[in-house]
Write a protein that binds this ligand. Structure first.
Ligand SMILES: [Zn+2]
Ligand SMILES: [Zn+2]
Length: 180
């Protein structure tokens, strides 16, 4: 099965009530993921793109790799009231146009996606601000980088970058966000 990007997930965000977004849905045998030997078939990273720019959002993966909102999530005090109709869902049109390159590039190369961008899968994060790896709430260790999505590629007025991380041992993913 091919890779999928930027789709609506089934569940709603408990904080703003909007639909969660499935940032990626990629086979765990992909070269960028294979080194982790994940025991399930697809790596799916969900987040709320409305709330996710205000803090870390963790998702717990079940035995089949299906993401569920983590009980470790803590609503940021500074989360504004989110008026859902004011938030663009333009990026949903872009998802089907994204493809993962089958050819591994240098780990530092920023544009593994077929877009001229800072979006990438695997390698090292291209931080907008200081390096900031989230810690896994289960084991406390620094989480591993999966990839990043440059929101200026996804929407006309989009900005900032969503970063995706995983703790393979605890089946936990996280997203963070930075902008200049
Ligand atoms: Zn939300
Ligand atoms: Zn962990």
């Amino acid at each position: 099965m091919s890779s999928g990007f930027l789709r609506h997930a089934a569940a709603d965000c408990p904080w703003c009530g909007g639909k969660l977004t499935r940032l990626i849905d990629v086979n765990t045998s992909h070269t960028a993921l294979a080194r982790w030997n994940l025991s399930w078939e697809r790596l799916q990273v969900d987040t709320c793109v409305n709330c996710g720019c205000y803090g870390v959002i963790y998702m717990e993966l079940d035995g089949n790799g299906a993401p569920n909102w983590s009980t470790y999530n803590r609503k940021p005090d500074y989360l504004p009231d989110i008026e859902l109709e004011e938030y663009s869902r333009e990026y949903l049109q872009v998802g089907p146009q994204l493809t993962l390159s089958g050819i591994p590039r240098s780990a530092y190369y920023a544009a593994v996606w077929e877009l001229d961008s800072h979006s990438k899968f695997g390698g090292y994060p291209g931080w907008v601000q200081d390096a900031d790896y989230p810690n896994c709430p289960c084991c406390g260790r620094s989480m591993l980088f999966i990839g990043q999505l440059d929101w200026s590629d996804m929407e006309d007025y989009g900005e900032g970058i969503y970063y995706m991380f995983i703790c393979p041992m605890d089946r936990m993913t996280a997203t963070t966000y930075q902008q200049s």
